[in-house]
Design a protein around this ligand. Structure first.
Ligand code: CU
Length: 158
């Protein structure tokens, strides 16, 4: 019975240390520093659906791209491409101090149930939601249907 107050004191001390550790990790390099570059939408052939491409550059801790939306589309889905087969994904990991690429032949956004057909020269506002960073709004310019800035020989077009 006499040990109880001492045990409580030890617990309080441990909690205090835990709080200190937690507080310091918030301001360290674990915070993601994401930047979206090279965003574009190729002008789609039809008014039903359009694809979107971009690169997320991260100079901090890992983050997750969890959802995307745009006023131009009823919904925007995230797709990966595996051996030429598209697969819808719930989210994509943004690696710590690395890039997440959405490029032709690979990962891409699908703008579905388009409210209007994007035309070359338009700008489409897109909200990218990251688990840690929050919402990043990016203006995607609409480019020619064949536009491909990365143009790696190994990548087939979408
Ligand atoms: Cu797709």
């Amino acid at each position: 019975m006499r040990r109880t107050p001492a045990a409580l004191g030890a617990m309080a001390l441990a909690c205090g240390l835990a709080l200190t550790a937690c507080g310091s990790s918030d301001s360290s390099g674990d915070t993601p520093q994401v930047k979206v570059e090279g965003a574009f939408i190729p002008e789609p052939a039809s008014g039903d659906m359009a694809a979107g491409f971009f690169v997320v550059r991260n100079s901090g801790g890992a983050d997750t791209l969890s959802s995307v939306s745009s006023a131009i589309a009823g919904r925007v889905t995230l797709h990966s491409t595996d051996n030429g087969v598209m697969k819808e994904q719930k989210s994509f990991t943004v690696p710590a101090n690395g890039d997440l690429d959405f490029e032709r032949g690979g990962n891409h956004l699908m703008f579905e149930n388009l409210k209007r057909k994007p035309k070359e020269g338009d700008k489409v506002s897109v909200e990218l939601r990251f688990a840690k960073t929050g919402t990043v709004t990016v203006s995607f310019p609409v480019k020619a249907a064949t536009y491909n800035p990365t143009a790696h020989a190994s990548h087939a077009s979408h």
